[in-house]
Ligand binder design. Structure first.
Ligand code: SF4
Length: 319
């Protein structure tokens, strides 16, 4: 399966909006509010909408406050919803659709919703999931690996260094002994003291920190390449590092190269949705309106696909 999201402009404009400094959702009177505004209030605690991020949008539309003011893709900003598709890559059939706020956390979160729903409804469980870098965070990769879904997804990796010194990739992970081995063969271990914060200890769930012995680094001929500005080298390991490493290993395989080509299929469905079906701007407002339009459009796309896979039977020729 493959997943992706595309921005669709909402039926809202900037003239009829309020900046984040002046927006106050608690001042809205639900009884007098139009349906789209009531839906906005109802979805404030949902992961796909209000609860997706604590960052306040720069502007909020009066007519469709759940739509997201977004300047993504480096173009001019506008109000939008994200259309999320989960497809099967054999036939490009859309397996599930979800409308979300147009921010990465909401789009990535919808993947979990769609995969769970497709499993519950159709008993479909993919061997692998193909997606772009936006989906390559540690928690997302960890979630997939826990469910035995191979992540064919580029890893979001901030461990790289741009000052020419060695990055974490130069250090070998020794899982059995819970340590890294540096290029000079020395061990980097976690701090050996008792932490009051359970998230920081060796069995904790947060970021674990490993460091080499100060004496080893001070006498090391490679110190200039490794840690020129510190007494000793430190390396952090995120909670989902095993899943991230699995994704990195998958990225070296031939199957991954095929997956990256298959990923274009979901992009092509969005291109078809906008160019052929003309869904560039929503006509309905609110999360339910967006969801209804996305669902209907995906249904139309699937029906076209079905007609191609199972063409109408030929009429018998007249004698
Ligand atoms: S500086 Fe320390 S961690 Fe880095 S290679 Fe030398 S001994 Fe290993």
């Amino acid at each position: 399966m493959a997943v992706d999201a595309s921005l669709i402009e909402a039926d809202a404009n900037k003239q009829n909006s309020t900046s984040k400094e002046d927006w106050d959702a608690s001042a809205i009177e639900p009884a007098d509010a139009p349906r789209a505004v009531r839906e906005y209030l109802d979805t404030l605690d949902e992961a796909a909408f209000g609860a997706a991020s604590e960052v306040e949008p720069k502007f909020t539309s009066h007519s469709d406050p759940a739509s997201q003011w977004t300047a993504a893709r480096k173009g001019p900003a506008f109000f939008s919803y994200s259309d999320n598709y989960l497809i099967d890559t054999d036939h490009s059939v859309i397996l599930d659709v979800e409308a979300t706020r147009s921010i990465r956390q909401a789009e990535v979160g919808s993947t979990k919703t769609m995969l769970t729903r497709v499993k519950d409804r159709f008993h479909l469980h993919p061997e692998r999931l193909i997606a772009d870098t936006a989906y390559g965070s540690g928690p997302m990769l960890g979630w997939l690996v826990e469910r035995e879904i191979a992540p064919h997804i580029p890893v979001i990796d901030k461990a790289g260094r741009n000052d020419g010194t060695w990055s974490r990739a130069e250090f070998e992970w020794d899982a059995e002994n819970d340590q890294y081995i540096c290029p000079e063969g020395h061990e980097l271990k976690q701090f050996r003291r008792n932490y009051s914060d359970p998230n920081r200890g060796p069995t904790g769930k947060g970021t674990a920190r490993y460091r080499a012995l100060k004496e080893a680094c001070q006498a090391c001929p490679s110190k200039a390449q490794c840690c020129p500005n510190a007494d000793t080298r430190k390396i952090t390991r995120e909670e989902h590092e095993d899943a991230r490493q699995l994704a990195r290993d998958i990225a070296k395989t031939q199957q991954y190269a095929i997956s990256m080509r298959l990923r274009k299929k979901v992009e092509m469905l969005f291109a078809h949705l906008k160019r052929i079906l003309g869904l560039n701007r929503l006509r309905l407002r609110g999360p339910c309106g967006a969801n209804d339009e996305f669902l209907l459009a995906a249904t139309a796309q699937n029906l076209r696909k079905l007609a191609k896979i199972f063409p109408a039977p030929q009429r018998p020729q007249k004698a």
